[in-house]
Design a protein around this ligand. Structure first.
Ligand code: HEC
Length: 205
């Protein structure tokens, strides 16, 4: 390739690059939050069309999303949530992650943060008081969603489905601290006392 050809190619390349134009950058447009003379309200941002909701946020089911129906807390879980072992295990897992630091593994309000003096004026709630034993399930859901007094909201960290799993597990915790032998079927009682005997025998060794 001689010098003439080389410089011709180079020259063509330079011309081609110079031909790139920047109209797309320079077009009239507004950046977010710019002022605008075009719209009557003087703002470039347009308000949302009234009554629009992001996809997946319609949340019309108050029982499920609020924990209350017709202004009353739900007494039990919303229809459609099945209480089974998987739900309770999920609830226990989430409870142990988010609630035990203050409420303790038993739900008696004796978590490590409580011991270190999280709130001196308002002690951490104890789920085994008479008042909370009788409290409808919807109240627990509400406390997780919106917080309560000195306790902050967990809505941004715990999805509604998991809030209900935690509520179910709290009910199990409450039962665990106040169950009496008469709550069990005779065969369950028998297998329990058999286990206890084994335990006692082992303990004596
Ligand atoms: C950082 C500490 C902390 C964590 C973590 C925490 N709580 Fe609480 N909780 C409190 C305190 C403090 C109170 C008492 C608030 C008050 O009376 O002002 C309370 C009160 C409560 C009550 C009682 C409400 C009533 O009617 O008296 C419930 C129920 C409850 N919490 C549930 C939960 C659940 C479920 C979680 C986990 C998702 C959780 N809390 C996590 C500190 C905490």
């Amino acid at each position: 390739m001689n010098l003439k050809t080389k410089s011709a190619i180079l020259g063509f390349g330079v011309l081609a690059l110079a031909g790139c134009n920047t109209d797309m950058w320079r077009q009239p447009k507004q950046e977010p939050l710019d002022a605008s003379e075009f719209y009557a309200d003087g703002a470039a941002n347009r308000p949302l069309v009234p009554n629009t909701i992001p996809r997946g946020y319609a949340r019309q089911d108050d029982a499920y999303y609020v924990g209350a129906e017709n202004g009353k807390w739900l007494d039990g879980l919303p229809a459609g949530i099945k209480v089974n072992l998987a739900l309770l295990q999920r609830g226990r897992e989430r409870y142990n992650i988010y609630c035990t630091p203050c409420h303790g593994q038993l739900g008696d309000g004796q978590g490590m943060i409580a011991h270190r003096g999280f709130t001196l004026k308002r002690p951490v709630g104890n789920y085994h008081t008479d008042r909370l034993m009788k409290m409808p399930a919807g109240h627990f859901y509400e406390v997780i969603t919106n917080g309560y007094g000195a306790m902050f909201s967990y809505a941004s960290r715990i999805e509604p489905q998991d809030r209900w799993a935690i509520v179910a597990y709290i009910r199990a915790l409450q039962l665990s601290q106040s169950a009496s032998p008469s709550d069990l079927k005779p065969e369950e009682l028998q297998s329990l006392s058999a286990k206890n005997e084994t335990h006692d025998r082992l303990a004596q060794k």
